[in-house]
Design a binder for this molecule. Structure first.
Ligand code: C2E
Ligand code: MG
Ligand code: MG
Ligand code: MG
Length: 277
């Protein structure tokens, strides 16, 4: 699983694998078909408060099982969807499945928000809000229950449009998370002028903090600055108790990672909640 995130070698591997197994065109054709059939499923990964492990929300992550039975990782098919105009439809489906999950959990007495990942190009589309509002109304979910995750690198493109659209989202009560924070080389000072509520610190800092003094210092600075700007700070990719303890000591309030749970189907999510977290 971890090899997935180790950059170039994985990408090189997956590119070859995808090409060897299907060919790029085949894969795109199958992806289009999977999206049209609503075959892509939202899995949910818990977000917890680090001091007491209480559940504070979930993140929806897309999962695709190819019709030949193999599971294709998002790092492969999301890019494909983005480059072929399919991402809007896919993200709408993940949003809809998240709305349904919110209502299922609500019926069990669990009221927590779910965040969905959105491609930066989507939220700058003029009709994004209309679609968003219509879907939430149709599913009877209050705007406050959905959060959006947009990667840091998307914020630096189309600055003025992003800025305007983030303000609209804020007035709608939709919280925005800056995903993979620390990888986009943007300044937190600039980002703090935008209407965002949360920074999600990229897992690479969490994984390197114990080996690299430099990463430890950057992490410390991000957490302190985030806290002092009144932003929620959440760390991604927490795998060990020790990482969790370090993050707590540095003042990071919230976290997500395999230490708590992997992304799960809705059914497993419900079992996980019922088994007492
Ligand atoms: P992301 O939004 O930064 O999601 C976090 C990724 O880290 C997820 O990978 C998650 O499964 C993984 N992860 C979480 N905790 C741990 C941990 O403790 N250890 C390790 N090794 N990994 C952990 P995933 O599901 O493969 O997704 C990869 C990326 O694909 C996401 O990064 C997101 O950028 C994109 N993505 C996934 N689903 C969607 C979607 O529905 N729409 C869009 N636009 N993008 C999506
Ligand atoms: Mg995310
Ligand atoms: Mg991330
Ligand atoms: Mg990511």
């Amino acid at each position: 699983e971890r090899a997935k995130y180790e950059g170039v070698s994985y990408l090189a591997f997956s590119e070859t694998l995808a090409t060897a197994m299907f060919g790029r065109y085949e894969l795109l054709k199958d992806l289009r078909e999977a999206i049209l059939n609503n075959d892509i499923v939202a899995y949910f990964q818990p977000k917890v408060s680090l001091k007491d492990n209480t559940l504070i929300g979930f993140e929806a992550l897309a999962r695709w099982t190819h019709k030949n039975g193999s599971s294709i990782p998002p790092d492969q098919f999301i890019v494909l969807a983005e480059n072929s105009g399919l991402i809007d439809k896919l993200d709408q489906q993940m949003l809809q499945q998240s709305c349904k999950a919110i209502n299922t959990l609500k019926s069990m007495g669990i009221h927590v928000p779910i965040s969905v990942n959105v491609a930066g190009n989507e939220i700058i589309r003029p009709n994004y809000f209309d679609q968003f509002k219509a879907l939430l109304e149709e599913e009877d979910v209050p705007n406050e229950m959905i959060e959006l995750e947009i990667t840091e690198s998307q914020f630096i493109k189309e600055k003025s449009t992003i800025n305007k659209h983030l303000s609209v989202l804020k007035t709608l009560g939709v919280r925005v998370n800056i995903d993979d924070f620390g990888t986009g080389y943007s300044s937190l000072a600039y980002l703090s002028t935008l209407s965002v509520s949360t920074i999600k610190i990229d897992h690479s800092f969490v994984w390197r903090m114990e080996e690299s003094e430099k990463d430890w210092q950057i992490l410390k600075m991000i957490i302190e600055l985030g806290n002092s700007l009144g932003l929620n700070v959440i760390a991604e990719g927490i795998e060990t108790e020790q990482q969790k303890e370090h993050l707590l000591a540095l003042g990071c309030g919230d976290g997500q990672g395999y230490l708590f749970a992997k992304p799960m189907s809705l059914e497993d999510t419900i079992n996980w909640i019922q088994s007492g977290l």
